[in-house]
Design a protein around this ligand. Sequence first.
Ligand SMILES: Cc1ncc(COP(=O)(O)O)c(C=O)c1O
Length: 394
Amino acid sequence: MSRIPSAGVPIGFRDIAAALAARDTGHLRAELARVLDVSAAGLASSGCAAFYVMLKALSERSDRTEVLIPAYSTPVLLLPIRKAGLRLVVADTSLETFNMDMQHAYELVNDNTLVVLPVHLFGIPCDLAGARRAADRTGAVLVEDAASAFGATIGGRMAGTLADAGFYSFHRGKQVSSFTGGAWVTNDESLAADFAREEDKLRKPSAGERAVMFAKIVALALAVRPWFYSIFHSFLAGFKDTKPHDDFLSFAYTAVQAGAVGSLLNRLELIVTERNKRAERAREILEDTEAITLPKILPGTRPAYNHCPLMMPDTETRSRALAAALNAGVECTILNERTVQRAYDLKPDEYGGGPCPRADEFASRVLLIPCHPLIPMARVEQTAEIVRDTAAGG
Ligand SMILES: Cc1ncc(COP(=O)(O)O)c(C=O)c1O
């Protein structure tokens, strides 16, 4: 029985060849602008670096200092906020949508809110209209975190492109990946000019670093194949992120990475369709189980599932389901065990927003079933059945 990793991007020979052939990042910038239908797109070494570029530029245009994000998202978001000299404010989670509680966000926005950052977590579009209302309360800038939602749509337009600005991640587990990487986008010409100026300040990687990056893309192409993963998973486990980072990758995006992502973008629709088919099948298997909560998909939106998320009845049952799935050879995950403020052990005076009880509850119950294109449908079904039966007390 092959072992299935929790994340997988179908990088093949043609993507590696494109990485080798790429001479600059200009082609990908133009391609992103075309695919996403935005007027400007920029690149950086990670989603966090793209977010940092935007925050730094925005902070220079304003005296405001607060950045409002969902407490349960990804803890590393704290790092670019801090690096840009800004203050974290956290909003609670909606247990209905699994995304930011927009009413709580609305209440937290004030005259010092520089940015409101709704996150399309797990590739599921959040209530962007609610986020817009919150930001508009005092004229804060609305930035979408579409790091794990490349290919999701809201009203037929790409998630990440509907606010004042947005960003994506090309990290290993995302829909399209170059091992690491990120992109910022905007339709606002004046913001684009400021973001581009900040992006220009990023350190340019050396030839040696670029060669290592190419090797990492080749390694990623191999590591996500079930046959390879089955043999080497113990070794590969050493490369997984297990504790909160102290810093994020912050340098200029490389041409080899741009080549790989540009090539993967040609198959974006296929990748998203395959992901959604698997996640929707898992949801069908789980939807009638009372002990399991599935996120509501908002009308007019199309997710680009990064995983199929669900809430188990409690932490103990979740642990049993994780173990049972693993026993059947499939790695389910929980993304982050804690909210951003708990992951970094922040004192109450180090962030705003106060306690977020629903985000804590969510963190203690969330479970993610993989839905990447490299997991066969039969294994998705088997995993969903295991999770369902464990939740139902079987
Ligand atoms: C929702 C979300 N935001 C931001 C990030 C940060 O992206 P990166 O890891 O490329 O810095 C991630 C990555 O995991 C993410 O999932």
